[in-house]
Structures are given as structure tokens and as C-alpha cells.
Design a protein around this ligand. Structure first.
Ligand SMILES: NC(=O)c1ccc[n+]([C@@H]2O[C@H](COP(=O)([O-])OP(=O)(O)OC[C@H]3O[C@@H](n4cnc5c(N)ncnc54)[C@H](O)[C@@H]3O)[C@@H](O)[C@H]2O)c1
Length: 285
């Protein structure tokens, strides 16, 4: 997009740093914001590591890596997004946190720019309703790990207009991704289907149907999945999985979306998966 040069990314965690990575590599300037200094440092170090891996695999050159790193600025104040041309929010999957971020972004950024959310499940229509520009609010749902996965789910809220949708589709194409349009219903397509499968795998573990390794093995060897559902849950983050199940349960109102008690227990104990070193599996080394 010739008129979009500077991208604001809110949240420097698993997804935010991946999103900053792909935009910077595609030639955009990026302003990466997080409330935690530590998250910014960690995020930048992850981007550095992932770019280095791409150099090693000869996917990009050393110069491209340096240019991408040089294109990312960081900060802890949303006000730093005053002059950006597009914002994508990838903060925690918490409705109230996102609502507050969008209310502030609406005041801080120029009226004409698009505000996108990377939410996995929260209603785009409700996020958009926090702003005075609901027609310019949209879901741009990247998959994890962002530099590798091709899909971007593009979610239109009730008020999202065609111009906004086209803007996001073009941006996704420029990043080398494949955009797929879906309507705004809980979990969209990806998590409406994926998360109940992960939740059911956790029920199988809780009920002692089999061991965690066996459950993952069945899905890998039997169904051709590259990762088993429990490994994948650890990779996504168990807190993110629980938040999505709650959105599905509340939004669709059926018992089949009830979050597994073992998932709740893991999250309460702080075992959130890879990011904390412990989930269904141990990552402490
Ligand atoms: N993890 C996945 O596999 C995945 C995949 C697709 C989409 N998502 C979605 O992406 C979003 C981020 O998920 P994640 O896995 O990166 O989470 P994460 O926990 O790794 O990172 C979230 C970051 O947001 C920051 N944050 C919290 N409140 C903030 C605020 N008010 N302003 C700025 N930053 C704030 C936190 O400090 C943290 O660094 C969520 O909406 C999630 O549902 C996650």
C-alpha cells in the first residue's frame, strides 16, 4: 500500500513480535508498543533470533535482517502511535484490555486510518463499537508462528466497510500471506474448529483415556497433524486457549464449548505452556 508506510503494533508477545517481524521485513517502518519493558526486550530478541534463522536458511540476506531490525522502534506509550498509518493490536486476549486500547487508539491516531485486531475470538463488532470509526475497524488474524504461517483470517465486523477490508487484504498479500475472509462470529473459523479439538484432547487427558504423549501421537500419526493438540496448546499458550474457550462458550451458549477443568487448573497454576517453561510438557531447558 503506497499510502501505508508506518505500522503500529500493540503488544510485543508471541504474536506481536512476529507481526512486527513480517511487516519490517516487507519494508514497512514499525512502532512496537507494549506496557512491559521486559516484553519489548524479549520481543526484540525473539525477532533477532528468528531473522537470524531465516538468514541461516538462506531465505533472506544479512542486509535484509539488519534493515528489518533497524526499521523497528519500540515504546511503552500508545501516544507513540500518533503518526502511524495503520495499527494492528496483538495485546492479551482480554475483552476489557482490548476495548480500552481501541478507545485510546481512536483518540490518539489519525481519523482516517484502519485499526485492526489480531484477536483470536473476541467480537470485532464489539471492539469496533468502542470507537467513533467502526467502519475502519477489522480483524487481521495471523497464525502462530507469524513468519512461517501463510494464513491471515480477515474478519469483517458488522460495520466494517469494503475499503477497510480491501486495505487489509492488500497488506496481507504484500506480506506474502494468503488472506481468507470470514464473518464475525465467536472464534471465526480457525478457533471455532481448532479450540474445541484441543479442549477435547485435554478432557481425554483429564479422564485418563490415555497419556499426553499417546493423545498427541494419535493425532500426528493418525490424522497427519504436524503437532499433537497438547503440544499445540502449549505452543499457543494455555491462557490464550482458555480465553478463547470462554468466548466460544459465552458467545455460542452450548455446553460443548465448556472449558475443560484441567485447562482452568493449569492456567490458575501459572503453567501456561512454552512461554512459562511448563505446560503439558516441560520446556525448562
Ligand atoms: N498465541 C497464539 O498462538 C495466537 C495466535 C493467533 C492470535 N493470537 C492472539 O494474539 C493476541 C496476543 O496473543 P499472544 O499469544 O501474543 O499473547 P502474549 O501473552 O504472548 O503477549 C501479549 C502481550 O500484550 C502485552 N499487553 C498487555 N496489555 C497491554 C496493553 N494494554 N497495551 C499493550 N500491550 C499490552 C503483554 O505485556 C504481552 O507482552 C491475543 O489476542 C491472542 O488471542 C494468539
Amino acid at each position: 500500500m503506497s499510502d501505508i508506510k508506518v505500522i503500529g503494533v500493540v503488544g510485543a508477545g508471541t504474536m506481536g513480535n512476529g507481526i512486527a517481524h513480517v511487516f519490517a521485513l516487507a519494508g514497512y517502518e514499525v512502532v512496537l508498543i507494549d506496557v512491559e519493558e521486559d516484553a519489548l526486550e524479549q520481543g526484540m530478541s525473539t525477532i533477532e533470533k528468528n531473522l537470524a534463522r531465516q538468514v541461516k536458511k538462506e531465505k533472506i540476506s544479512g542486509e535484509e535482517k539488519e534493515a528489518a531490525l533497524g526499521a523497528i522502534r519500540t515504546g511503552t506509550d500508545l501516544e507513540d502511535l500518533r503518526n502511524v498509518d495503520f495499527v494492528i493490536e496483538a495485546a492479551v486476549e482480554d475483552e476489557q484490555v482490548k476495548f480500552e486500547i481501541f478507545r485510546r487508539l481512536d483518540k490518539i491516531t489519525r481519523n482516517e486510518i484502519t485499526l485492526a485486531s489480531n484477536t483470536s475470538s473476541i467480537s470485532i463488532t464489539e471492539i469496533a463499537a468502542q470507537t467513533q470509526r467502526p467502519e475502519k475497524v477489522i480483524g487481521m488474524h495471523f497464525m502462530n508462528p507469524v513468519p512461517v504461517m501463510k494464513l491471515v483470517e480477515v474478519i469483517k465486523g458488522l460495520a466494517t466497510n469494503e475499503w477497510t477490508t480491501e486495505t487489509v487484504i492488500k497488506l496481507a498479500n504484500e506480506l506474502g500471506k494468503t488472506p481468507v475472509q470470514v464473518q464475525d462470529y465467536p472464534g471465526f473459523i480457525s478457533n471455532r474448529i481448532l479450540m474445541p479439538m484441543i479442549n477435547e484432547a485435554i478432557f481425554c487427558l483429564m479422564e485418563g483415556v490415555s497419556s499426553k504423549k499417546a493423545i498427541d501421537e494419535v493425532m500426528k500419526l493418525g490424522m497427519g497433524h504436524p503437532m499433537g493438540p497438547l503440544e499445540l496448546a502449549d505452543f499457543i499458550g494455555l491462557d490464550v486457549c482458555l480465553s478463547i474457550m470462554k468466548v466460544l462458550h459465552n458467545g455460542l451458549g452450548e455446553d460443548k464449548y465448556r472449558p475443560c477443568p484441567l485447562l482452568r487448573k493449569m492456567v490458575s497454576s501459572g503453567r501456561l505452556g512454552r512461554k512459562t517453561g511448563q505446560g503439558f510438557y516441560d520446556y525448562s531447558d
